[in-house]
Design a binder for this molecule. Structure first.
Ligand code: NAD
Length: 560
C-alpha cells in the first residue's frame, strides 16, 4: 500500500518545451528525466515506480517521489539535493558548478550485501533497488540498450559468421525493458531471432513497437517461421509466448539447431525470473508464497542453463547476456564452470565488448528536453558529420531512424570512445548555443560502461590481472565526475546482476549552450571514459595502454 499513497492524480510524464519549473536548467533536467523514467510508456510497472530490470525503481515510493519533485523545484542554483535509495534526505549549500543532485542507491556494507538482507530493508521501507539507470534518472526506454545489443551481435557476426547474421537463427528469452531490444538488434544485423516470453501482453507490446515482426501461435509455428526466414536470408524476429526453461529443452528434443543461444530474463533476482508452469498460477504463487516461488524459479533456471549447455555441446554459440543466469544456476547446484574456474560459456563482455572498453567506448546517450524529435534528428546529422569515417555508427543511425520509435523524451544512444565523447559533447553544446535545437540536451550514459562498474559476473568477468571484484574503480569514477563538474552523479549496488554482485556509478551533464558549460563538458566527458582507459590499462590490456599513449591519458608509471 505504501507505493500508492500520494500517487499523483495526473499520470507522470516528462514536461516538454522551454518553460522552466525549476530555478536552473540542471534541476529542471533532473526533474524531466525522473518524470521520463516513470512515464507509463517508458516504465515497466508504473504504479510501483518500477522502470526496468526486475524491480529497478526511480523513487522509493510515490510520497518520496513528490518530495523529490518539490525539492528540485525549490533547489537554488548553488544547492545540491542528496538522494538516499530513492528518498530526498538533505539539501546542501555547495556551489554553482557542483552537481545539483547526488544519488546513492541500494548500497550496503559489503558483508551485509545480500539479496535477502536487502529485501528485508526494502520491505521495511528503508531502501530501494535502483538498478542502473532507473534510480539515477537516465533511462531512455529500450533504445538505451538497443545500441549495445546491436554492437554485441555485430561483434558476434564478425567473430563467427563472416560479418553478418544473415541466414542464422538466434534463440533467446525475455521481452522486458532491456531484454526487449534483442530481437530488433538481431534483425538489424540481418539475422533471424526466436524470442521466448511468458507474459503474452509483453509479446504483443513488442509487436506494436516494431521490435518483433510476428507472434507465433505455438512452437511448431515459430520454428516454421524461423526456418523459412533463414532459408530466404530474411531478417525476421518471431515472438513466442512461453517459458525458456520449458521451450529450450523442447527445441533439443526436436533436434532443432540454433546458431546462437543467449537469454536476458530477469534472472539476477529470483523474484523476477518466472518459473515454469501456467502463467496465471505462477504469478499468483509469487504473491502468495514468495519462498516457494523462488525455489521453483531456481529449479527452472537450472533446467534453462542445462539446455543452453546441451545446445552448446551440439555446436550452438552460447553467450551469457549479463543477467547472472549462470551464477544463479550455480547456486542451484549446477556445474557451470570448468576445472580452472572459468564459466563453461562466456559472458558477453569478455567475449565481445572488452576491446571496446579498452578504447573508452561505451553507451553514450542524449535526450532532448524540448520533447521535440527534430532536435534528435538535427543531432544525428551533426554526429554523422563529426565522425564521417565510422561506418558502424552510420549504419546504426540509419537503422535507428528507420526502426526505433521515440518513447518518452526523444533520445539517441551510440557508443563513442575516449576523445570522441568530449568532441561530440561540445558539438551538442554548440547546437544548443546557436538555437539549432530548441532546448538544452541531457548527456549521460548507462552504468554499464568502461570505467564505471565492477561486476565480476558481467562487465569485469575474467579481467586479465584477476581484478574482477575490485570496486575502487566505480567509486573513483563517481568522485572524479563530481570533481569535474557533472550535474548529477550516482553510486549504486547490484545493477544487472543483483545485490552484492556489482558496484557502479552514473553521471549526467546538461548541455545548456553556455561557454561555462562547454568547459565542464570538456572535463567531464574526458574524465568519465578516462577512468575506463585507466582501469583497463592498469589491468594489463595493451590496447588500453596504447590508447592512453596515443590520446594523452596520463597514467603514472606507464612507459611512454
Ligand atoms: P525486465 O524485468 O524488464 O524483463 C525481463 C523479462 O524476462 C520479463 O518480460 C519477464 O517476463 C521475462 N522472463 C522472466 N522469466 C522468464 C522465463 N523463465 N522465460 C522467458 N522469459 C522470462 O528486465 P530487463 O530490463 O529486460 O533486464 C533483463 C535482465 O538483463 C536483467 O537481469 C538485467 O539485469 C539484465 N541486463 C542486462 C544488460 C546487458 O547489457 N546485457 C543491461 C541491463 C540489464
Amino acid at each position: 500500500p505504501m507505493f500508492y499513497e500520494f500517487k499523483p492524480e495526473e499520470t507522470v510524464k516528462a514536461a516538454h518545451g522551454s518553460t522552466l519549473r525549476c530555478k536552473t536548467w540542471e534541476a529542471e533536467a533532473a526533474l524531466r528525466m525522473l518524470e521520463n523514467n516513470l512515464d507509463p510508456a517508458v516504465s515497466l510497472v508504473y504504479d510501483e515506480l518500477i522502470v526496468y530490470g526486475g524491480a529497478g525503481r526511480a523513487a522509493r515510493n510515490w510520497k518520496e517521489y513528490q518530495v523529490i519533485v518539490r525539492t528540485l523545484k525549490e533547489l537554488e542554483p548553488d544547492e545540491t539535493m542528496l538522494v538516499q535509495s530513492g528518498k530526498a534526505v538533505g539539501v546542501l549549500k555547495t556551489w554553482a558548478h557542483a552537481p545539483r543532485v547526488l544519488i546513492a542507491n541500494s548500497n550496503l556494507v559489503p558483508a551485509w550485501s545480500t539479496q535477502e538482507y536487502f529485501d528485508e530493508l526494502d520491505r521495511m521501507g528503508l531502501m530501494m533497488y535502483g538498478q542502473m539507470t532507473a534510480g539515477s534518472w537516465i533511462y531512455i526506454a529500450t533504445q538505451g540498450i538497443l545500441q549495445g545489443t546491436y554492437e554485441t551481435f555485430a561483434a558476434m557476426a564478425d567473430q563467427h559468421f563472416g560479418g553478418t547474421l544473415c541466414g542464422t537463427i538466434t534463440v533467446t528469452a525475455g521481452l522486458g525493458g532491456m531484454s526487449g531490444a534483442q530481437p530488433l538488434a538481431v534483425t538489424m544485423n540481418d539475422g533471424v531471432c526466436l524470442v521466448i516470453e511468458p507474459i503474452d501482453e509483453r509479446v504483443k507490446q513488442k509487436m506494436r513497437e516494431g521490435y518483433i515482426d510476428e507472434q507465433a501461435r505455438d512452437l511448431a509455428h515459430a520454428l516454421e517461421l524461423c526456418e523459412q526466414a533463414k532459408a530466404e536470408g530474411k531478417p525476421w524476429a518471431v515472438g513466442l509466448t512461453g517459458n525458456a526453461a520449458t521451450v529450450l529443452p523442447q527445441l533439443l528434443e526436436r533436434g532443432f539447431q540454433a546458431d546462437i543461444v543467449t537469454d536476458q530474463t530477469s534472472a539476477h533476482d529470483l523474484m523476477d525470473y518466472l518459473p515454469e508452469g501456467d502463467i496465471t498460477e505462477v504469478l499468483a504463487l509469487r504473491e502468495a508464497n514468495p519462498e516457494e516461488f523462488k525455489r521453483q524459479a531456481l529449479a527452472s533456471i537450472v533446467r534453462h542453463v542445462e539446455a543452453i549447455l546441451e545446445m552448446q555441446q551440439r555446436g550452438t554459440i552460447a553467450v551469457d547476456y549479463g543477467n547472472n543466469l549462470r551464477g544463479q544456476a550455480e547456486k542451484g547446484g549446477l556445474t557451470v564452470r570448468d576445472e580452472a574456474g572459468h564459466f563453461l560459456y562466456p559472458g558477453f563482455v569478455p567475449a565481445y565488448i572488452r576491446p571496446l572498453f579498452c578504447e573508452g567506448k561505451g553507451p553514450f546517450r542524449w535526450a532532448a528536453l524540448s520533447g521535440d524529435p527534430q532536435d534528435i534528428l538535427r543531432i544525428d546529422r551533426a554526429l554523422l558529420e563529426t565522425f564521417p569515417e565510422n561506418k558502424l555508427l552510420a549504419r546504426w543511425i540509419e537503422k535507428a531512424q528507420a526502426k526505433v520509435p521515440f518513447i518518452g523524451l526523444p533520445a539517441r544512444v551510440c557508443w563513442l570512445g575516449y576523445g570522441e565523447r568530449e568532441k561530440f559533447g561540445l558539438v551538442i553544446n554548440d547546437l544548443v548555443a546557436r538555437g539549432e535545437v530548441s532546448a538544452p540536451i541531457v548527456i549521460g550514459r548507462d552504468h554499464l560502461d568502461c570505467g564505471s562498474v565492477a561486476s565480476p559476473n558481467r562487465e569485469t568477468e575474467g579481467m586479465k590481472d584477476g581484478s574482477d571484484a575490485v570496486a575502487d574503480w566505480p567509486l573513483l569514477n563517481a568522485l572524479a565526475n563530481c570533481a569535474s563538474g557533472a550535474d548529477w552523479v550516482s553510486l549504486h549496488n547490484g545493477g544487472g546482476v543483483g545485490i552484492g554482485n556489482s558496484t557502479h556509478s552514473g553521471m549526467v551533464i546538461v548541455a545548456t549552450g553556455t561557454p561555462e558549460k562547454a568547459e565542464r563538458l570538456k572535463r567531464v566527458l574526458t574524465t568519465d571514459p578516462g577512468l575506463g582507459i585507466f582501469r583497463h590499462a592498469d589491468a594489463g590490456y595493451e590496447l588500453a595502454q596504447d590508447v592512453a599513449r596515443e590520446r594523452g591519458a596520463k597514467i603514472p608509471g606507464l612507459s611512454h
